[in-house]
Structure formats: structure tokens, C-alpha cells
Design a protein around this ligand. Structure first.
Ligand code: PLP
Length: 414
């Protein structure tokens, strides 16, 4: 549908956006920044050529693509031939897990894959499918009540058949920052003792791009990124391989063309690739300043919620999570009722991952922290982006707390 057909009533104008909502759903997606939009623009209809064409115009845009790939590679301290663009982090996670599942082990042993209980569905679902098909075995790592992966459980689960350990860098529902350096060090020790390349260590970094110094993570082998979580465009993501050995195990994902080093055929989405590279270069310059602002927004939000209704609780712990996310437990009120009520008041939030929100299932992440399905159904994620102003966030918190008070009173009367 085109914008003019949407009939939006522009009663409220947010800090930088001309829409009627206070958007506390930045973990779901972010607006494309003006600078990114500007960088992408010529590649739609001015220099729109196919980067695979061998004529001069094709070569010109092919250089733009190589330049963008190099920016992404530099961001992750790897080489350009180890950056694979996909349409999304979802696709990248599917590709990584499925490639590792096909690793050939001596004596036809079944590959074993370890992943955390709080991974995004795009890691969990392909692994469940592969396990169901009898191709792999898996172990799920529990997390503590802060959402942090249990390393001792990893030590118990790992064995000679373990080809992959996948632990996300930042959880998308409650923001927990995972101890990637510690996990990497442990895995490296294991590999040295066993004299093998395995297991590879993958991290879904879709929510984490500005929260880690990627060059410091010596033992991480591969990570997943996504454009639209960092004020870049939707429809672009990918894998950054940090270990050359992994090039050997990547299975062709789509065949019929030589793109992405013969592993993923199809004409590249050049405007989106340029936009992603631009978004990453902006992130590199602004990380500290931007994170400080997010801390300010989140503290104000939480303080205001508490001032208005002290029954609201935090899931996880703020000290162990990134400043862009807070997940709140509203005892006795369903997340779906909170979200619908807030939406009517012009505030946008999610029960958890946007992709599974529409299914109305209790969050598997909150359940992994507390083993409490009811709490998992009564928890709402609020996430903050740079497009928000302090006043908007304060107003949203007041509206959320008042709505919770109203809904709890209604429930008490029934
Ligand atoms: N992984 C994590 C941690 C996410 O938060 C998301 C999106 O919500 C994804 C993967 C999927 O990203 P994409 O929308 O690029 O497929």
C-alpha cells in the first residue's frame, strides 16, 4: 500500500519522525537515517546498473559494492572475501546453522550443535528442523535470571562431535549482554586440547553491533549482522566470517549465479548494501555518545514507570543489559492487552521478537529466565532509538504505568 492510501492521522509528531506514534520498538526495527538515505539514493535510479555487468557502468557500481563490502569487513576486523551479504539476519542464521550441520565428521558421526535457550527463532528453528530430520543432535544451554548463558553447562555439553556453538551477543527481548570473550576462550582451550578446528563459535549480533569491540574477540569465528537494527535499510544482512577455515564449510545457499563468492546467487541489492555500509560507518563514529543517550532514555523510562506504579518489575537486570532495551513484567495483565492499550494511546511496544509476536506465544526468552510461562505472557519489551526525545519517553512511561493500573483494577473487579 502506498503512503497516501494509509490515511495516517498526524496528530502527534515525534522528535525526528512525521508519524503519530511514540516508537518504543527500536529492537524490532529503526528508521533509516538521513545520511544513510542520502548515500543510498543514487543507486536506485541514477547509477542503478547491475554490478555483475562487464560494461563500464557495471564496473562502476561493482566498485561501489566492493568499497561497501570493505567497510563492513573493516568494521568486523576481517577481510572482504569473508563478508557474505544476505537479505536478513534470519537468512544468515539459517545459512550458518545449516552449513555447520553438514560438516563431515570421522566415522560418519552425527554433528552436535550447542545453542542458548534465548536465541532468536532464526537460529532455533533451523536447528530443530535439522534435529527432527535426524541430521544432527543439539544441546540447549540454560541461562540464569539475568539472561546470561551458563558456561558450566557448555563445558558439560561439549564433546568431540560438537561442530558449532551459537550464542547471541545481545538478546533481542531483554538486552542481556552475553560473555562472548569467556565463551571464546573456553572453546579455544577445548580446540587446542582436542587438536581440532571444532566447534566453531558463531554469534548472532543483530542487536549488538555497537556494543562489542569485534577485533578483541579473538576466538569468535563468525557473526550475523542486520541493516535495519542500526538505522540502515531493511532487506540486508549477512555473515562476517572471522576465521578463514570457515570458508571451507559454507554450503551454497542459492545456486544459479556467481554472486557472493559463488555461494549465494542473485543480483545484489546494491542500494541496501551501500546503506548498510554507511550505517556501520556512522555507528563507528558515534557509539559512545549514542549509548550515553540511550542510557538516559532508559533510566528516565524506568524511573517514571516506578513512580507511577511500583508493582511493575524488570525482567533480567539492567546492569547486565544494553541500554536500548528494557523488558518489564506487568503482573496479572497480559502483554497483548498492554500492547493493544498502549497502541491505542499512540505508544508502540512488543511482547518480544516482532517476528513471533503475532503468534501470541509466551516469550521463550522470559520463560528461559524464570521458568514461568505466566510471567512470559505478562512481559513487554520497550526498546529505544536515537529518534526518541526525552519527553516522549517520559510520556510513554506514564501512559504505560497508568494503563497497567487501570487494567489491574479492572481485573480485580472481575
Ligand atoms: N536475530 C536477532 C537477535 C534479532 O533481534 C532479529 C530481529 O529481530 C533477527 C535475528 C532477525 O533479523 P532480520 O529482521 O534481519 O531477519
Amino acid at each position: 500500500m502506498f503512503l497516501q492510501n494509509l490515511n495516517l492521522s498526524l496528530k502527534r509528531k515525534s522528535k525526528n519522525n512525521h508519524h503519530p506514534w511514540i516508537d518504543l520498538d527500536a529492537a524490532s526495527t529503526t528508521p533509516v537515517s538521513g545520511e544513510v538515505l542520502h548515500a543510498m539514493k543514487p543507486y536506485w535510479n541514477e547509477i542503478y546498473f547491475n554490478p555483475n555487468a562487464i560494461h563500464a557502468a557495471g564496473q562502476l557500481v561493482s566498485r561501489a559494492m566492493a568499497y561497501s563490502r570493505q567497510i563492513v569487513a573493516d568494521y568486523f576486523s576481517t577481510n572482504a572475501n569473508k563478508i557474505f551479504f544476505t537479505t536478513s539476519a534470519t537468512e544468515a542464521n539459517n545459512w550458518m546453522t545449516e552449513s555447520c550441520a553438514q560438516i563431515m565428521l570421522p566415522e560418519k558421526a552425527k554433528p552436535h550443535i550447542i545453542y542458548s535457550a534465548i536465541e532468536h527463532d532464526s537460529v532455533i528453528a533451523p536447528l530443530l528442523k535439522l534435529e527432527h530430520e535426524g541430521l544432527i543432535t543439539t544441546t540447549v544451554l540454560p541461562v540464569n535470571d539475568k539472561g546470561i548463558v551458563d558456561i558450566q553447562a557448555l563445558e558439560k555439553a561439549i564433546n568431540k562431535r560438537t561442530v558449532l556453538v551459537s550464542v547471541m551477543a545481545v538478546n533481542n527481548e531483554m538486552g542481556a549482554l552475553e560473555p562472548l570473550a569467556l565463551i571464546g576462550e573456553y572453546l579455544n582451550k577445548f580446540r587446542q586440547q582436542q587438536k581440532t578446528f571444532y566447534p566453531y563459535f558463531h554469534s548472532d549480533a543483530a542487536q549488538a553491533l555497537n556494543y562489542f569491540a569485534w577485533s578483541d574477540l579473538k576466538y569468535l569465528d563468525c557473526l550475523t549482522f542486520s541493516g535495519h537494527k542500526i538505522n540502515g535499510p531493511k532487506g540486508i544482512g549477512g555473515l562476517a566470517l572471522l576465521n578463514a577455515q570457515m570458508l571451507k564449510i559454507m554450503n551454497p545457499l542459492i545456486v544459479g549465479g556467481h554472486q557472493e563468492f559463488n555461494l549465494r546467487a542473485g543480483t545484489e541489492n546494491l542500494p541496501a548494501i551501500v546503506g548498510l555500509a554507511k550505517a556501520l560507518s556512522i555507528l563507528k563514529q558515534n557509539t559512545v555518545r549514542d549509548n550515553n543517550y540511550l542510557f538516559k532514555l532508559r533510566s528516565l523510562f524506568w524511573k517514571t514507570l516506578q513512580e507511577h506504579n511500583s508493582n511493575i518489575q524488570i525482567n533480567g537486570e539492567l546492569n547486565f543489559s544494553v541500554p536500548s532495551i528494557i523488558n518489564c513484567y506487568f503482573p496479572g495483565v497480559l502483554a497483548s492487552d498492554m500492547i493493544a492499550g498502549l497502541s491505542e494511546k499512540g505508544v508502540l511496544a512488543s511482547p518480544g521478537a516482532a517476528c513471533s509476536a503475532s503468534l501470541g506465544m509466551p516469550s521463550h526468552v522470559i520463560n528461559a529466565l524464570y521458568h514461568d510461562k505466566q510471567r512470559a505472557q505478562e512481559s513487554v519489551r520497550f526498546s529505544f532509538g536515537h529518534h526518541l526525545g526525552l519527553n516522549e519517553v517520559k510520556e510513554a512511561a506514564r501512559l504505560a504505568a497508568d494503563l497497567y493500573t487501570q487494567l489491574s483494577q479492572l481485573k480485580a473487579k472481575v
